[in-house]
Write a protein of this length. Structure first.
Length: 52
């Protein structure tokens, strides 16, 4: 699989496709944290509603 450098992402619309192309593992974890999703995931793990 081709490696993707997040610094080359020029448009937000490209991001979901590039994230999907990377798959799972350390790169995916890093992108989740960079995208600001970590607090949301932590709230979900704690059993809180996603919209809180």
């Amino acid at each position: 699989m081709k490696e993707i450098n997040p610094a080359t992402i020029r448009e937000e619309s490209e991001l979901p496709f590039r994230v999907a192309a990377i798959g799972t593992g350390e790169q995916m974890e890093l992108l989740r944290r960079l995208a600001g999703l970590e607090p949301l995931l932590e709230r979900q793990k704690a059993g809180q509603a996603w919209y809180e």
